[in-house]
Design a protein around this ligand. Structure first.
Ligand SMILES: C[S@@+](CC[C@H](N)C(=O)[O-])C[C@H]1O[C@@H](n2cnc3c(N)ncnc32)[C@H](O)[C@@H]1O
Length: 189
């Protein structure tokens, strides 16, 4: 698919799409079109962002990693019922996705993706895990690849915390900051 406007009707049919969500999905679609290799999503929930990534991905494989079994940062629960809704939405969209139902700290999965990922979308929504998840998954980004971060409220350890930490400890040399409002990107140089 070449144009995000061709994807929007299916997203609107399956999800309540406000302007924020439309902007987020448009960015994901466009970055997936540009990705040169595997695409991985951490935190898929009901599959809205997964479908946007898959529609833009062309021949590149999209993998969705989510346990659908945890409590979010404002106390919301994610359950097997959410997984069923995800499956149903993916089927209705006719999307081809590899699904890994596991915690994103799953070492086997991380080892499998080492150095292979052209676009990684972090969207578990748990801000104080961002740094830990970045440490685990940044080795999976191949040179030229993008670690993309959902905009977080930043009150605890979100995007600004991660950026400051990386600047302070010199880790940023390996990555360049790229902004894709409402998302933030770290490009591996
Ligand atoms: C905010 S939702 C994702 C929204 C989705 N990306 C979208 O835009 O439609 C967060 C998801 O992350 C998952 N999640 C949170 N922490 C996780 C963890 N440690 N391992 C696996 N999944 C996790 C939850 O189960 C939930 O489905």
């Amino acid at each position: 698919m070449r144009n995000f406007n061709e994807v929007l009707p299916i997203l609107k049919r399956l999800f309540r799409m406000n302007q924020y969500r439309i902007n987020k999905c448009r960015i994901l679609f466009e970055l997936a079109q540009q990705a040169d290799g595997e695409i991985v999503e951490l935190g898929s929930f009901h599959g809205m962002s997964t479908i946007a990534l898959e529609r833009g991905s062309g021949d590149n494989q999209v993998s969705a990693i989510d346990s659908w079994n945890n409590v979010g940062w404002v106390g919301e629960t994610y359950t097997q019922n959410d997984y069923r809704i995800f499956e149903d939405n993916i089927e209705q969209a006719g999307a081809s996705i590899k699904v890994f139902k596991t915690d994103i700290a799953d070492k086997k999965r991380i080892d499998y993706f080492e150095d292979k990922v052209a676009l990684l979308f972090w969207d578990t929504g748990v801000e104080d895990c961002l740094m830990e998840h970045f440490r685990l998954w940044s080795k999976c980004i191949k040179p030229g690849g993008l670690f993309l971060i959902h905009d977080t409220a930043d009150y605890r350890l979100g995007w600004n915390g991660l950026k400051e930490y990386m600047q302070a400890y010199g880790d940023l040399w390996e990555f360049e900051v790229e902004e894709y409002a409402p998302l933030h990107g770290l490009r591996k140089v």
